[in-house]
Design a protein around this ligand. Sequence first.
Ligand code: NAD
Ligand code: TYD
Length: 357
Amino acid sequence: MILVTGGAGFIGANFVLDWLKQYDEPVINYDKLTYAGNLNNLKDLQQDARHVFVQGDINDGATLSALLDKYQPRAILHFAAESHVDRSILGPAAFVTTNINGTFSLLEATRAYWQNLAEPEKAAFRFLHVSTDEVYGTLSAEDPPFSETTAYAPNSPYSASKAASDHLVRAYHHTYGLPTLTTNCSNNYGAYHFPEKLIPLIITNARAGKDLPVYGDGQQVRDWLYVTDHCAAIRRVLADGRLGETYNVGGWNEQSNLSVVHTLCDLLDQLQPKATGSYRDQIKHVKDRPGHDRRYAIDARKIEKELGWKPAETFETGLRKTVEWYLANDEWVNQVQSGEYLKWVDLQYKNGAEVVA
Ligand code: NAD
Ligand code: TYD
């Protein structure tokens, strides 16, 4: 079996659901269930004996060790993290605790488990660390996209904490021989995306008749990838990635934020038209994020050449599927938008990012 951390979050849940659609190999899903973790993402697996959910913190080394001894996984896929840049600006401590200390504690438990495995299991074992392109910092319009040899230059507490975790994983391979793999992926979008992030925030705010907040001039560029394409890339790296290597994963799909917001409004105008006017009328430019990275772009040639991975979805097909998913899943949206979510929206959009234009 495999052990996944953070499998109740956006990408982790998509990964677990896709995995069990394709394979019969069971999954141990270890997740703390922070505000971003949601068992409703895994509802389809309620009666599925191949999915074992365990609520726990990656900082709890004793529980991790007991789980590893009990289930003897052949691989660990590490998704668990604090993942939202804006939250890392308002409260960086949780990012250090989970992304750095938590990854360290998981690596320590993994090292102790792996060192005691019998030779064939030890050789076959894999630790796959799921990371982000944000560790490379920001690009100007003329710069080439991030490659695996681009120097790390993280700019936010989120990206700095992910960079630190990448370095720890690298060190565990070089120092202890732990069979690690790292993926650095660009911005994901798709089903089960928590509506604090741009794409689901715009869809849910638009439908609720609320403002669509665009930070600054909206000309910041991200390289968007449909989440199931990211999951497929992780499966390819797990199967055939070279030990100790990192693989950049991206959609070859650079879009400015404003263009993403316009496309979403146009899709909603088609799929669920307003009584009068366009959803574009709700767009509001608000105060920019401090230290906002201008452009991310991924050079994904290594994973394509070595492992034959390419995205299956275009931005057009992926974004349409995403909007359709949100339109069909009001119950999920209503559930995640209660409680903690409301407190966040209040803090970030009423005090932190007042309207500037
Ligand atoms: P998410 O915030 O939606 O989910 C994170 C999950 O981790 C949640 O289920 C949460 O409960 C769990 N978690 C948090 N702290 C934990 C802890 N201390 N112990 C155990 N579980 C804990 O994040 P996501 O968007 O699904 O991202 C998953 C991974 O992919 C992260 O490592 C992130 O850095 C990386 N990544 C994300 C993107 C993106 O666009 N979302 C892009 C590239 C890489
Ligand atoms: P986000 O989804 O938070 O991902 P990241 O910061 O990890 O790239 O944001 C994507 C882009 O959208 C980023 O440039 C910030 C911008 N953004 C807005 O303009 N308005 C918003 O309300 C949010 C949440 C993000």
